[in-house]
Design a protein around this ligand. Structure first.
Ligand code: ZN
Length: 84
């Protein structure tokens, strides 16, 4: 069962899996949680522009709210760059 999770609840969480459904809804699986959750913005919408960011430090999942422009940055687990 998919539950809604507000962005205030995922601060500092590590994401083990994620996927986008219906082009805009971001479903995340948080480490230690068995179920997927649908990320909701503080504006109570769940329309996200999502991309992964690989750079210095751990990989990140960056989500930007399509409605109000709020940006969320989440740590990704197990998504390392392949070795060159
Ligand atoms: Zn928003």
């Amino acid at each position: 069962m998919v539950t809604d999770v507000p962005i205030s609840r995922v601060a500092g969480a590590v994401i083990t899996k994620w996927r986008v459904v219906d082009h805009v809804h971001l479903l995340i699986t948080v480490r230690g949680q068995p179920d997927e959750a649908r990320l909701l913005c503080k504006c109570e919408r769940g329309h996200w522009i999502v991309r992964e960011h690989f750079g210095e430090g751990p990989p990140k999942l960056l989500a930007t709210c399509h409605n109000c422009g709020t940006r969320v940055e989440l740590d990704l687990e197990g998504a390392r760059l392949p070795k060159a």
